[in-house]
Design a protein around this ligand. Structure first.
Ligand SMILES: [Zn+2]
Length: 458
């Protein structure tokens, strides 16, 4: 018997949604006060389980009195915050009066431990790896990083029967052969190279069946199965090999939900479903074939596709991905565009498309003079005239420009290639129909992101 009414949890999400964590770039300082507040609540046990390389305290929250032990960890990869945000939603849910009966039932059956932000140094600089640049999820065997040793020590101490390994994936994964983004992907990782089905891995797969069946009601067709290549250095494999039923969660893209606020809700529902299934053992009667029939992740979704554009006498399509990055100027997280594929892209989909029929791909022009502060309207007009490269009189970081432009000039004549900056024009009868800067539509002006110095900032 299920404990939670997932429909009700979904409908009342806003009542327990944790405010203040609406961006993907979440730092340790932002969650620390929330955890300190939990430490004063007698229902929760908060423990410092170790320090990161830079000395930040890694904290674990424990709740429940049940015999079944579940260990979860978030943000092992510093730039993957959706689980941290959903975990605070979950903590609010089980703390609320509204779900008191359900929570007591759940927590009489399970004891839930969650390490909130295993990699706080990586989170600080929005980086997957720890501050050394070491990927913790390739460190389960070697345990070279202190953050990896924290997880192994906690694992050995709490001896979980179940593990939730909570991640984010890029928005460019699709569901199998479809053109839908893989908004949530799951995996019951193999515990050994010969990918058999020991009992614990089978349990993980069957729990995923429950999650998938539930999510299909809210995001039909948006769930995929993460590839199950055996990776002996990864923590999912490590925990599975130690006998804990281990599930990998991955939050992905969904419509233009760049901050993953929509997916966060479905991530929360998936966590509730997983813990509910574990507590009630409702998953036991599921068929493993239902797990194997979930379509695999497949790289199918571009951020921008320009279809069937004319270039040097032929017709081709261009697929562009937007990669997230940060820089030392502390401008936050921003996108940098990259040409990922050129040619026949008919099997791919995109968050945004341009029909290039009747359009000619052409290099952008360089604005001949140096810019000053007051050039905003001039820039807008020049984009329309096909100038996409601009130079500043002074240091550009001192002169924020709210228009997407390429600062500086290209070193050589622009030609279409995978390495080329995605800065170009689409012309119709020699007039500019679109200006593409940094892989996104700069003219006519897109309102998706705000822009500083030509960079689209989230
Ligand atoms: Zn990850």
């Amino acid at each position: 018997m299920a404990i939670f009414n997932i429909d009700k949890v979904n409908n009342k999400y806003s009542s327990f949604y944790q405010e203040g964590l609406a961006q993907r770039h979440i730092k340790h300082d932002q969650i620390r006060p929330l955890i300190d507040a939990l430490a004063k609540d007698e229902r929760f046990l908060v423990r410092m389980v170790g320090n990161s390389v830079q000395g930040r305290e890694v904290l674990m929250v424990s709740v429940g009195q049940g015999d079944t032990t579940v260990l979860a960890w978030t943000q092992m990869h510093g730039n993957e915050s959706t689980a941290t945000r959903a975990a605070f939603d979950f903590i609010n849910l089980i703390s609320s009066e509204e779900w008191k009966a359900e929570s007591q039932d759940l927590l009489s059956k399970i004891t839930f431990h969650v390490i909130l932000m295993l990699n706080p140094d990586g989170a600080e600089i929005y980086q997957r790896e720890n501050v050394w640049g070491l990927d913790l999820n390739r460190d389960a065997a070697a345990q070279a990083a202190p953050e990896s040793r924290i997880l192994v020590t906690v694992f050995r101490e709490v001896k979980p029967q179940y593990c939730l390994n909570l991640h984010d994936q890029v928005a460019n994964w699709g569901v199998g052969e479809t053109k839908r983004p893989a908004s949530l992907s799951f995996l019951a990782p193999p515990g050994e190279a010969t990918s058999g089905w020991p009992k614990n891995r089978e349990s993980a797969a069957k729990i995923i069946v429950d999650i998938n069946n539930m999510i299909q009601n809210y995001m039909p067709g948006h769930v995929a199965r993460y590839p199950d290549d055996y990776e002996p250095r990864a923590f999912g494999e490590f925990c599975q090999s130690q006998g804990a039923a281990t599930i990998l969660f991955e939050a992905g893209g969904y419509n233009k939900d760049w901050e993953r606020e929509d997916v966060r809700k479905y991530y929360l529902l998936s966590m509730v479903q997983a813990l509910d299934s574990i507590a009630s053992r409702a998953y036991a009667t599921n068929d493993i074939k239902a797990y194997e029939s979930i379509p695999l992740n497949n790289k199918r979704i571009y951020n921008l596709i320009i279809r069937d554009v004319s270039y040097q006498g032929t017709t081709l399509s261009i697929g562009i991905v937007w990669e997230e990055t940060t820089d030392h100027l502390d401008r936050g997280v921003y996108f940098t565009g990259r040409i990922d594929a050129i040619g026949d892209l008919s099997v791919f989909d995109a968050y945004e498309e341009i029909d290039g029929n009747g359009l000619v791909l052409s290099a952008g022009r360089i604005y001949p003079q140096e810019l000053t502060d007051s050039s905003l309207e001039l820039i807008r007009g020049q984009l329309q005239q096909g100038c996409i490269y601009f130079r500043y009189k002074d240091d550009s970081s001192e002169n924020p420009v709210g228009v997407p432009i390429a600062l500086g000039v290209p070193g050589k004549e622009w030609q279409l290639s995978l390495d080329a900056q995605p800065n170009f024009l689409l012309l119709k009868d020699d007039t500019v129909k679109y200006a593409i800067v940094n892989g996104a539509v700069a003219y006519p002006q897109s309102t998706d992101h705000h822009t500083i110095n030509g960079i689209r900032v989230k």
